[in-house]
Structures are given as C-alpha cells and as structure tokens.
Design a protein around this ligand. Structure first.
Ligand SMILES: Cc1cc2nc3c(=O)[nH]c(=O)nc-3n(C[C@H](O)[C@H](O)[C@H](O)COP(=O)(O)OP(=O)(O)OC[C@H]3O[C@@H](n4cnc5c(N)ncnc54)[C@H](O)[C@@H]3O)c2cc1C
Length: 397
C-alpha cells in the first residue's frame, strides 16, 4: 500500500477516530480550531458546574495527548478555505496544507439564527466553559429545546440548583420525542420532581433580555439557554461539495463526498443514509463509527480495492436526568423505540458508563488502531444485532 498524506479537519469524535485509525497506515495531519478534544456529550454537566472538579471526568483533553506516539501532526488553527480541485486546505493564519485524502469532520454548532433575539440574548452549549454553574444565580433559566440535549441540561441545572434557581424547559412538542410513551412520561415526571417546570407545546417566537416571547405568552427568565437547533459550517458548500438543504455534505456508501470522492465527510457535517436503517442522526454514537469506517475506506482505496459500504445500526438511547436518574430505551435498528425502559439509579449508572465509552475508545484506538467496534447493520440492508459498542442516539435538532 502506498503511504498517503491524510489531512483531517475537525478533532471531534468523528475526526479524531478517523485520524487515529488511519494513522496505522498513512501519515496524518489533524487540524482543529481549539487544539483540544471537547467531550461535547458532557457539556450539559459543564453548564451545571459539575465538571472540572477532582474525580469528575474531563470535558476537554489536548489533542496532542490523545494522539501521542502516532504519526499524526496536530495543528491548532481554524480552517477557513477548502480547494478540492487543488487538494488544499487553508487556515486562518495563512497556512496551506496539501492532501491526498481529506477527512472533513467539522461537526455542528447550535443554531441561534432561526428566532429573533436568540443570537443576541441566548447562551448556547458552546458557552459551557464560561457558564460553569453561573446560570444557577437564582434569577432563573429558560432552556429552549425538548430534544435529549435540552432535557439533559434542564435536568442537570434543576438538580444542581436544588430549587434555589428556577428552571423552565420550553419545547414546541413534548420533551424527548424520540423515546417511547413510557420513556417520555418518565422524563417529564423526573424533570418536575427535580423542580423544573415543563412548558410543552410552546413555540418560542422571540428571545429578549428578560426571557422569552412564545405563542402561549411571555416567560420571564434571567437567562436563556438555546438548544433547539444545530447547524453545520458552510465550508463544504462554499467549497462546492454537494450538500443537502441543511448544508450537510452528501456522501456515498463509503462516506466519500458524492461530488469529490477524495473527500470523506463524517460526523454531524455529513448526511449519511444507511440501507435498512435510514438517515443517521447527529450523534457521537454515529460520528465515531463513521470516522472509523472512513479510515478503513481510505486504506482500501490506497490498496486499489473498492471501499466497503458503511454499516451501522442503532441499539438504544441513553438519557441522563441529573446524577441519579435517567432513561435507557431499547431501539430498533432504525432508532425507533420498543420494549420496556430502565429508569432510576440503574439508568444513571449505565448512562455514565456509556458516556465514558467514547474517550475510553479513543484512548484504546491510540494504543491499538482498529480496536474500536460498533453495532452494524447487515450488508444486505437487513439488520442484525451488533457486536460491541453502545449506540446512543442524539437528535441534532
Ligand atoms: C450537551 C450535548 C450532549 C450530547 N450527548 C450526546 C450523547 O449522549 N450521545 C450522542 O451520541 N451524542 C450526543 N451529543 C451529540 C454529539 O456531541 C455530536 O453529534 C458529536 O459531537 C458530533 O461529532 P463530530 O465529530 O461530528 O463533531 P464535534 O464533536 O463537534 O467536533 C467537531 C470539531 O471540529 C472543530 N472545528 C469546527 N470548525 C472548525 C474549523 N473551521 N476549523 C478547524 N476546526 C474546526 C471543532 O473544534 C471540533 O473539535 C450531545 C451533544 C450535546 C451538545
């Protein structure tokens, strides 16, 4: 196999997995704006001020530490240009990197552009480090968005505030719509038990300094935390890669850009469709398998072999509801819920184990590239129970 130069842009779950795995056979440059791996799945804990203390899991780890000993050069810079015709990536500081293959893994960010005032007046999870418990100042916080992210952060804030700082969860539908009826009922009951007020079926029309305007009237709040929608960077579209209506790159079965096959797009930035499973949600649980698969596909391409199609199936959804409660929901391959749910302390413990799995796997991948495993759909498009990894799903919006 010819050794190639693989440039990976974005050192999150998808990009870091791809970089570590492909480094067993190729030279890698990993470019990330922050130079650290951010445990996005723990940002709600950080918002509530629960991390960064002795004995608590890290929410960010230097990329250099996670790739130590691998043939990977880390570069801390913001990617500002992509020229797929010339196979170059440009960074904010004027540097240019030439690649044989590119892994585009720039993830997503909270989208505050959809409702007037959200951009100016709402915090997002990207502010987690600076918030770090500060929302619990007694003035009250409104969390907007009833997806799992909004639910988890509302529960964490309500529990950490202990009633002294009112928390309201505002959602256009009902909280955790992807769960079964039993799962949804437990989420709402637990939020209320923790002291959070749930305003379901309430559409936010504007955000202002004093809280929210909604179709059901005003909601006063000292601070607003927006978790309702996520958007991807425009770099792929700007560079001429084929994208969908949300700007996510369209990829083929091997996760190559349909317009530029030497660009592999993985994680939240890609629109991935798996036969028999459907379109994958934005999730760490889908990003890591995609990153690992892209690495294998690049190796196959370097050998002159036809890359194998990406296979993935969902197994379950795990929701943390504070430190001592949660919901574990079995799901079918296509992420639809079925069967009973596990709740309470057992669910909280299992959820914590699932949350430790990504960083544990990345450290394992550094020591032994190829070691990370995930649940796979059948090659035919029918699905089979998977191999090893917990597959928690997380809606992107
Ligand atoms: C609070 C919260 C809880 C979550 N919990 C779960 C969960 O329990 N289970 C689950 O499966 N999913 C969960 N998710 C979703 C999950 O975190 C994302 O789907 C996942 O992070 C996507 O991985 P990624 O590698 O595509 O992107 P990211 O992890 O976001 O990584 C993208 C990387 O690209 C870098 N980057 C971006 N732009 C540039 C640029 N221009 N130049 C250079 N670098 C750039 C960023 O610095 C970042 O390191 C949660 C999300 C949130 C916000």
């Amino acid at each position: 196999m010819t050794t190639r130069h693989v440039v990976v842009i974005g050192g999150g779950y998808a990009g870091l997995t791809a970089a570590l795995r492909v480094s067993r056979s190729h030279r890698v440059t990993l470019i990330d704006a922050t130079g650290t791996f951010t445990e996005r799945i723990r940002l709600h804990e950080r918002v509530a001020g629960l991390t960064g203390r002795p004995g608590t899991p890290a929410t960010s780890v230097p990329l250099a530490e996670l790739v130590a000993g691998r043939p990977i050069t880390t570069v801390t810079a913001r990617v500002t240009a992509l020229a797929p015709g010339r196979r170059t990536v440009g960074t904010h500081d004027g540097r240019e990197f030439t690649y044989d293959s590119l892994v585009y893994a720039l993830g997503s960010r909270t989208d505050t552009s959809r409702v007037p005032g959200a951009n100016e007046h709402a915090y997002t999870l990207e502010h987690a480090a600076e918030l770090n418990g500060r929302l619990l100042d007694g003035r009250g916080v409104a969390v907007v968005g009833g997806g799992l992210t909004g639910v988890e952060v509302a529960a964490e804030l309500a529990e950490a505030g202990g009633g002294a700082s009112p928390v309201t969860l505002v959602t256009g539908g009902e909280p955790a719509p992807g769960l079964s009826a039993k799962g949804r009922a437990h989420v709402t009951a637990t939020l209320e038990r923790l002291g959070a007020r749930v305003r379901a079926g309430t559409r936010v029309t504007a955000v202002h300094a004093g809280g929210l305007s909604t179709d059901a009237g005003e909601i006063a709040a000292g601070a607003v935390l927006w978790t309702a929608s996520f958007a991807v960077p425009t770099l792929a579209a700007d560079a001429g890669l084929a994208v969908d209506g949300r700007g996510r790159a369209l990829v083929d079965a091997a996760l190559r850009s349909v317009s530029h096959p030497d660009v592999y797009v993985v994680g939240d930035a890609a629109r991935v469709e798996v036969p028999g499973v459907g379109e994958l949600r934005m999730a760490c649980a889908t990003a890591m398998p995609a990153g690992a698969h892209a690495a294998g596909a690049m190796e196959e391409a370097a050998r002159g072999a036809e890359p194998t199609p990406f296979r993935f199936r969902f197994l379950g959804q795990c929701v943390g509801l504070g430190r001592t409660d949660g919901v574990i929901q079995l799901v079918r391959a296509d992420d639809s819920p079925y069967g009973p749910v596990v709740t309470g302390r057992a669910a909280a413990r299992f959820n914590e184990w699932v949350n430790r799995y990504p960083l544990f796997s990345l450290r394992g991948e550094r020591r032994r590239p190829g070691s990370y495993r995930w649940a796979k759909s059948r090659a035919s498009g029918r699905t089979a129970p998977g191999t090893a990894a917990p597959a928690d799903a997380r809606p992107g919006s």
